[in-house]
Ligand binder design. Sequence first.
Ligand code: C2G
Length: 132
Amino acid sequence: MKRVITYGTFDMLHYGHINLLRRAKELGDYLIVALSTDKFNSVMKQKKCFFSYEQRKLLLEAIRYVDLVIPEESWEQKKEDMHLYHIDTFVIGDDWKGKFDYLKDEGVEVVYLTRTPEISTTQIKQDLKSKK
Ligand code: C2G
């Protein structure tokens, strides 16, 4: 049972997120998503979410590729998570390329997947604003 993990905010879920999650699941048998909490988003990522953690969690749990959703509360938890959840592969979009290579030292494979172009939560918000 190959276990894969990814991390993110996943606000205003869109097809870019789904493309990432589908490809992440293709890398193994069990996919864990560490979902940024509201506090982590606002304090550490300076992100203001449209949906709350509970709402974003509900959406992610409805996706066929996702097997478990856990909270992401700090930048530092990844190292421990690799052992706590017996992870084989860490995967994230290539906008983070190189940033998590240190996790290889924990014995996991680190994979950066290409982002889906032209779609982002920020873009959706901007488009909605301009369409008023
Ligand atoms: N993503 C993608 N294509 C897009 C938009 C997002 O592949 N058009 C990917 C991102 O690369 C990321 C995941 O979808 O792997 C979630 O995106 P965000 O919610 O924006 O995640 P981010 O804020 O980058 O959080 O500790 C890591 C951070 O929590 C990552």
